[in-house]
Design a protein around this ligand. Structure first.
Ligand code: C2O
Ligand code: CU
Ligand code: CU
Length: 490
């Protein structure tokens, strides 16, 4: 009942907003005139205005012990010139924008000291990490301005590309947009022995892909109208690891890319400019059982994929790019002939199938509403309310439905978009999409899943860590507007 009333009010609001913003074209982003002014990159001879890709450094482990790691992250306000001579305010972890890559081993004891030097509160959430609620860094673990937080945990999951980011209540979108995110890589015995490309920054390249909106002054701007809340904040400029118009020089070898869709709202559909195939070897939570050959990869906000592109068929001087409809993401320039000593093994890992018959309980999560009214099961986020209680150790099936707002398909409105559902503290397996088996690249461990309009996605997970956790849409404008809830494992 409450919902019906809310959507009625909202429809009125929407119509008004549409009248005001009817000029904005959401799907075909304009190219930013500023990108043309970026000076040419030294060392790349092909004459376009490009900038060498920046590789986030690996964060120093301050503990010499083999099975211990100690990290320090300082959350700071800074500024950055994404376009030369045009400064804009940013946030970063130890850096001006984004954070260093944290790299740990399965089994390692990890200690982190987080120092918040901002004038506002923040949190550091380990997205995809299987940890107790109090170490998870969700909105329950606020770090006040000028305060510290000292989480510690043992890594107990297979090799994967996870990430970390700010997660303060109602301000996640804003802080992540300003720069508060970084990669969190786990290695294990298996991943080390596979002979995959794994030389970080050389043939193992992190790609944090984001779309941003810049004004003509080069200022990064966030959430300026109701459309930005409805569709999520869509940008006009792609950043990869914080770089505009990036280029990477590659050899004629297989190169692994750890891709994070770090956008607040945009779903990317990656492909190579010449349509070539590539191989996905890992999903959010770890290596797939076998590599999946593909030529398009769809990733929603918060999702990750590790892919291998084989550049051996190209000759030096050739340029290909990674793109997504409407955008060039990054250029790859083949600059050197190299001998390849790596392989893409047929067998990458064992992903034990979780048995549906072992489930104790099934819960339903309906993603509903639009704009400021987005909600889950008719409820908007309330820190004082625990929405679901799960027994420690239980295996459950969660049924996630994207229930479109009642405006009919084809309206192109806020209700007609895919949400990405994510929950904390576990990795899950996707059982089905509308009753059908998920595609091969979704048959490994996941923590974030796209749910298309009117689609029903069934996932399964075992809750082996106690505490308070969040589930939410990873379109951060939706999360901040209230499309989030809390569950407690006890
Ligand atoms: Cu990536 Cu609740 O977050
Ligand atoms: Cu998370
Ligand atoms: Cu959403």
């Amino acid at each position: 009942m409450r919902n019906l009333k809310l959507s009625a009010v909202f429809i009125l609001f929407t119509v008004m907003e549409l009248a005001i913003f009817s000029g904005c074209d959401l799907d075909v982003p304009s190219t930013n005139p500023l990108s043309q002014q970026t000076p040419a990159t030294k060392g790349v001879s092909t004459g376009e205005n490009r900038n060498l890709l920046f590789i986030p450094p690996i964060l120093d482990d301050k503990d010499p012990g083999q099975s211990e790691a100690k990290f320090e992250l300082t959350v700071r306000k800074s500024s950055k010139e994404f376009f030369p001579g045009k400064k804009t305010e940013t946030y970063g972890y130890n850096m001006d924008y984004l954070g260093p890559t944290i790299r740990v081993k399965n089994g390692e004891h990890v200690n982190v000291k987080v120092i918040n030097t901002l004038t506002e509160e923040t949190t550091v959430h380990w997205h995809g990490l299987r940890v107790a609620g109090e170490m998870d860094g969700g909105p329950q673990q606020m770090i006040l301005s000028r305060n510290e937080w000292n989480p510690n945990f043992v890594i107990s999951q297979p090799a994967a590309t996870l990430w970390y980011h700010a997660h303060p209540i109602h301000k996640t979108g804003n802080q992540v947009y300003k720069g508060l995110s970084g990669l969190f890589i786990i290695d294990d015995e298996n991943s080390k022995n596979l002979n995959l490309p794994d030389d970080y920054g050389v043939n193992d390249i992190p790609l944090i892909i984001q779309d941003k909106r810049f004004d003509s002054e080069g200022t990064m701007i966030y959430k300026t109208n109701m459309m930005d809340i409805m569709q999520g904040m869509l940008g006009n400029t792609i950043l990869v690891n914080g770089i505009v118009n990036p280029v990477l020089e590659v050899g004629t070898i297989k190169t692994r890319f750890r891709i994070l869709n770090g956008a607040t709202a945009r779903t990317f559909e990656f492909r190579l400019s010449d349509g070539s195939v590539f191989y996905q070897i890992a999903s959010d939570g770890g290596l797939l059982e076998s590599p999946v050959k593909m030529n398009t990869l769809r990733l929603g906000p918060g999702e990750r994929a590790e892919v291998i592109i084989d550049f051996s068929k190209y000759s030096t001087g050739e340029v290909i790019n990674l793109q997504s409809p409407g955008f060039k993401i990054i250029d790859f320039v083949i600059t050197r002939k190299e001998n390849d000593i790596t392989t893409i093994p047929e067998k990458l890992s064992i992903v034990p199938r979780m048995e549906e018959s072992r489930t104790i309980k099934t819960r339903a999560f309906d993603l509903m509403g639009m704009g400021l009214m987005v909600n889950i099961n008719g409820k908007q986020m309330d820190m004082a309310r625990i929405d679901e209680t799960v027994n420690h150790g239980d295996t459950e099936i969660w049924i996630i439905r994207n229930v479109m707002a009642g405006m009919g398909p084809g309206m192109g409105m806020g209700g007609n978009i895919a949400h990405t559902f994510h929950y904390h503290g576990v990795q899950f397996q996707v059982l089905s999409r509308d009753g059908r088996k998920p595609p091969l690249n979704e048959q490994g461990w996941k923590d974030t899943v796209l749910v298309n309009p009117n689609e029903t996605v069934k996932v399964i997970s075992t809750f082996d860590h106690k505490g308070l956790f969040m589930y939410h849409c990873h379109i951060l404008e939706h999360e901040d507007a209230g499309m989030m809830g809390q569950f407690e494992v006890k």
